[in-house]
Ligand binder design. Structure first.
Ligand code: SF4
Length: 366
């Protein structure tokens, strides 16, 4: 007997769009093998090339001071906390130099929403970094940070993004999305951007010609229908702008947070949700595996459940580490995981352009 979700999987495999009700039916299914097979077929249709990609960058958390309170966050400190920090520019430059020394071409700059940092601090920092490292892309400042900075600077988000772009901001990370449903956000965050404004920061950045990623952190207080609502809102914005290069999802890591009583989701739910995302997000080209939260083994298997990219060899990851769960991989491990899955490992930049040139393969754009 065939799987009851087989007609929906066939529809997605053929490139037809799933409705929210159909997406929910897939998430409610426990037929992981069927979901994974369909997601893999879609990934291979979108990416028939013989390689799978990875990136080398460094996550620089420039400040841990934050005006918001998120129950799932073990990283932030309040503006009055003696444990708050803002990294000196010299320290950031040193971190970038170390990144460049190991072949990295990008930094991911994210931090808390620090109310003491004016927009000029960000502009000066970006200009200094670009003067020293013009070749390094600055993937920086998630929508909540941009939204909060606009309030501190008393400017519109368009004005903030225009000024940061002029100062050297290269692309926008899709962090701080969690679940883009206000009921969920109101339950787990206070003082942080709500769904419409998160999306509006991305929309504005895309309208300015910028690219960025989209994320989802799931497995806390959301329902399965709210997971689909999140995917639906991303899909709608992507229809409008086409500015998302990639989607990455990961399971909430409850250790050391105010939600530590919640059970931690396992690999089954992670792989299932990622597979459904691949089937649902028919207009977002790339899906990244989240080995940082899942570890090497599941991170590798994710390549067979809809992901076409191993994400980044993150040289530093403080936010997940603060919550207690962080996996470290070497470049050899990432490349080895891709090879073992039957693909050629290739290094890309944040725009998914291949930046290595192995023998026998002409450079091309993913
Ligand atoms: S998740 Fe971000 S916005 Fe929320 S408390 Fe942590 S640093 Fe602040």
């Amino acid at each position: 007997m065939g799987s009851p979700i087989a007609p929906l999987l066939a529809k997605a495999e053929a490139g037809e769009r799933l409705s929210p009700a159909e997406g929910l039916a897939l998430l409610e299914s426990h037929d992981l093998t069927a979901l994974g097979t369909a997601a893999d077929r879609v990934a291979r249709r979108l990416h028939p090339e013989p390689f799978r990609t990875y990136n080398i960058d460094r996550n620089i958390n420039y400040t841990n001071v934050c005006s918001a309170v998120c129950d799932f966050c073990a990283f932030y400190r309040t503006p009055k906390s003696p444990e708050g920090y803002v990294l000196d520019t010299d320290v950031i430059l040193q971190k970038i130099q170390e990144t460049v020394d190991v072949g990295g071409d990008q930094i991911l700059m994210q931090g808390g929403m620090n109310p003491k940092l004016p927009i000029e601090w960000y502009e000066d920092l970006l200009r200094t970094l670009k003067t020293h490292f013009p070749q390094v892309n600055i993937h920086g400042f998630s929508p909540p940070e941009i939204h909060a900075l606009a309030k501190v600077a008393k400017l519109s988000t368009r004005q903030v993004l225009t000024r940061l772009k002029a100062a050297g901001l290269g692309s926008l990370p899709g962090g701080g999305a969690e679940i883009l449903v206000d009921r969920v956000r109101a339950e787990i965050t206070r003082g942080k951007v709500m769904s419409d404004d998160w999306l509006d920061v991305c929309r504005t950045w895309h309208e300015l010609g910028g690219k960025g990623s989209a994320t989802m952190m799931f497995g806390h207080v959301e329902t399965l229908a709210e997971r689909i609502e999140h995917l639906e809102r991303l899909r709608q914005l992507q229809d409008e702008t086409g500015g998302f290069t990639a989607f990455i999802c990961w399971t909430f890591q409850p250790e050391h947070t105010d939600l530590s009583h919640l059970p931690k989701l396992g690999a089954f739910e992670y792989l299932k949700t990622q597979a459904v995302a691949r089937l649902y997000l028919d207009n977002i080209p790339n899906i990244q595996s989240s080995w940082v939260t899942q570890g090497l083994k599941i991170g590798q298997i994710a390549l067979l459940y809809g992901a076409n990219d191993m994400g980044s060899l993150m040289i530093e990851e403080n936010v997940v580490a603060a919550a207690g769960t962080v996996h470290h991989l070497t470049l050899a491990q990432i490349r080895g995981a891709i090879t073992e899955a039957g693909y050629i490992p290739r290094q890309r930049n944040v725009f998914y352009e291949l930046i290595d040139e192995p023998a026998g393969l002409a450079p091309m754009q993913a």
